[in-house]
Structure formats: C-alpha cells, structure tokens
Design a binder for this molecule. Structure first.
Ligand code: NAD
Length: 318
C-alpha cells in the first residue's frame, strides 16, 4: 500500500495553530515538500520559538489572529487547510474553557467555509479524547465513546466532537473533500515544559531532580507517539482521499508509573516517584486500534518510546 504524494511544490497550505508543538512540525514537513505555508496563530499556547527558524523562509507566512473570533481576510486560494489550532493540555481545559469551545466551533466553521470557497482539502485534528473514558479497548474508530458532556474535560472533548460533526456535515451536505485524524497522545521536542501534560511534566521534574508526580495509582495507561510518526501519519491521510475518522498513534501502551520510571532512567535522574491526587474524568486506558491507518494509509509508526523519549529529554535538557 503506497499513497502517492498529492500536495507539494506549487501547493498553498493553511495551517491553523501553526506555531504549536505538533503543527510547527507539520509546517516544517510541508515546507520540506516544497509547499507554500500560511500559519495562523494567536500564541495562546504556541510559541514564536517553534517557528523562529522560518524567519527567512520566503514560502512561509505567519498571521497572528484569534480564530475563535473567525477568519481574518486572507487573499489567494488554498489547496488544503489543516485545522490544528486548539489548546490541548488538561491544564488548558481548566484555564481557557471558553477559548477552547470557540476555536472548536467558530474557528472550525470559519475554516470549513473557507475550504468550501477555495475547494480545498480540509483536514481536522481530532483526538483520542473523542472516545472520552473508553469502555472499549483498544479503541476502533467505530466506537462512539464515553464522554461526560458536562465534566471538566468536556470543553475539549465536545469541542472536538462538534468539529468532527461539522466536518462530516460539510463532507456529506456540500461534498467537501475532508479528513479527520484522531490523534493519540503525542510527544516530542517543542512541547512546553509547563504545559501540564504527563511527558513534559515528568521530564522537567526528572531533569531538576524533583519528585516525579504521578496522578492516582499510576496504573492508568496511554499509548505514546513520537511527533515524527504522527506527522507522517497526518501527511499520509492528507495525501489520501480518505475522509476518516482515522486513528493515528502507536500501540506502545504504558502505565503512567512505567512511563515515569522510564523517563527517570533515561534522564539519568535520581528523582523519586510521588503519587498525587488524580484529576476528574481522567481516562483509565487508552490505545488506538490502528487497523484503518495500517490498511487504508499504510501507516506504520517507527520510533519506539525509548528512542523518542531520549530525543525529547535531549531537547528539554537544552
Ligand atoms: N499533542 C497531542 O498529544 C494531541 C493529541 C490529540 C489531539 N491533538 C490536537 O493536535 C493539535 C495540536 O496540538 P498540540 O499538542 O501541538 O498543542 P499546541 O497547544 O502546542 O498547539 C496548538 C496551537 O493552536 C494555537 N491556537 C489555539 N487557539 C487558537 C486560536 N483561537 N486562534 C489561533 N491559534 C490558536 C496555539 O497558540 C498553539 O500554537 C490540537 O488541535 C490538539 O487538539 C494533539
């Protein structure tokens, strides 16, 4: 199975949230293919450092704007729109719930309308959180999920579920060329040390020699994906004609305790591991069923957790 490259030199791409962790790697990959890239970001969780190396790149433009208030005027036509903007850390769910709802509703609708006007392919970054605290394991795309619609995580989960519904409505009703990727926990260089997600938190604590704080009993699991693998998966989906949703991640399922111990070892740290109170509605187990990604896209993750975590620790250590 080989998906032919559909977007490259001569194509103009719009990447929402382009200064964020995952999206900035995607911007690099698209530029590497010869695309012209326009990134929109309001830096609510992104960083200028993530795109600083592109300052002299003539095929890259940054527009600073809040997509939660709609789309600013953007001249020219786009061949594809990749909707990656949204705060994504559980800490953000508490700090900016309304902003998350706006980017997932107003922002998504504005970008869908623009894709329709431009006859562009529209790719939406959804999430494993669409499955909530899943009762089916591993999670296939056919599973509808178990989401608490009024819980503390609901602003994110429901905003992404709304974005999926809107994307499918434009696909079915308007015949728009769309794709939905459900991203599972992804890590790598350019994550913010204080963003509240487990891997950057554990690495920062381990590098400081501070206790590594694991929520609850630490038996809850996540399947972690190195950012390069995710970017490859997203590009395969973009190049395909698949509408999805398609899971993208790895089957490297680790408990939080295993993850904390691995990070302490790889960082050569003497940090102890401390169990702290667990957040509400924190999913118990999470692992993607990757059958669709494998069979429809030929997606195979390549970076194992030790290698990916080593590279991430190196980045955090500076
Ligand atoms: N990293 C993961 O594990 C993961 C998992 C599932 C889904 N995702 C999705 O992938 C995308 C990128 O996630 P990330 O981990 O790189 O997070 P990130 O916070 O680093 O990137 C998101 C970017 O969107 C920008 N943004 C947010 N609201 C905006 C607005 N209203 N207007 C303009 N820009 C705005 C932020 O400033 C940031 O640069 C998000 O949509 C997220 O929901 C990520």
């Amino acid at each position: 199975m080989a998906i032919a490259q559909r977007f490259g030199a001569g194509h103009r791409m719009l990447v929402s949230g382009g200064a964020g962790f995952v999206p900035s790697h995607l911007v690099d990959a698209l530029l590497g293919r010869g695309c012209e890239v326009v990134a929109i970001d309001n830096f609510v969780t992104g960083s200028r450092d993530n795109i600083a190396h592109l300052a002299a790149e003539p095929r890259f433009t940054l527009i600073e704007a809040d997509l939660g208030a709609g789309l600013p005027p953007l001249p020219g036509r786009f061949d594809a729109i990749l909707h990656m903007a949204s705060p994504a850390s559980p800490t953000d769910f508490q700090k900016m719930p309304v902003e998350i709802l706006k980017i997932g509703s107003i922002g998504t609708m504005a970008l869908l309308d623009r894709a329709l006007a431009d006859a562009a392919r529209f790719l939406m970054a959804s999430t494993s959180e669409a499955y909530g605290d899943p009762l089916v394991h591993p999670q296939p795309e056919s599973y509808w999920g178990n989401v608490n619609p009024i819980g503390v995580r609901s602003v994110y989960d429901e905003s992404k579920r709304f974005s999926e519904a809107a994307t499918m409505a434009y696909h079915r009703f308007h015949g728009l060329d769309t794709a939905i990727v459900r991203i599972f926990n992804t890590y790598g260089p350019r994550m913010r040390p204080g963003d509240g997600r487990a891997i950057p938190t554990f690495i920062s604590q381990a590098l400081r020699g501070a206790p590594v704080t694991v929520h609850g009993t630490g038996t809850q699991t996540r399947s972690i994906t190195y950012v390069d693998d995710l970017v490859r998966g997203i590009l395969l989906l973009l190049d395909s004609t698949e509408a999805g949703p398609i899971n993208c991640g790895t089957e490297h399922e680790l408990s939080m305790l295993e993850l904390a111990r691995l990070i302490v070892r790889l960082a050569g740290s003497k940090s102890s591991i401390e169990l702290v109170e667990r957040a509400a509605d924190d999913p118990e187990r999470r692992r993607p069923d990757l059958t669709l990604a494998r069979t429809r896209l030929g997606y195979v993750p390549r970076v194992d957790p030790e290698e990916g975590l080593r590279r991430t620790i190196e980045f955090f250590a500076g």
